[in-house]
Design a protein around this ligand. Structure first.
Ligand code: SF4
Length: 63
């Protein structure tokens, strides 16, 4: 395994309960497919979500 912390110095501890591939997010642990937050907020931009495209990670932060 490579070191998991390219995110702002060695601060990204992968949360193995939250897999994520969004490399553009500031909370993403860049060297592996995990989020670095302890918990994430999921939401929707639709009135009546019916597909996975309808839901969002509201914890996303542009890098
Ligand atoms: S905040 Fe959301 S989008 Fe960003 S790394 Fe975590 S799970 Fe992925």
């Amino acid at each position: 395994m490579t070191k998991d912390c390219t995110n702002g110095g060695c601060s990204c501890t992968p949360n193995t309960s939250v897999k994520c591939t969004v490399n553009n997010c500031a909370n993403h642990c860049q060297d592996n497919e995990y989020c670095g937050l302890n918990s994430v907020q999921i939401g929707t931009h639709e009135a009546n979500p019916t597909e996975k495209q309808c839901v969002d990670c509201d914890s996303f932060k542009l890098k």
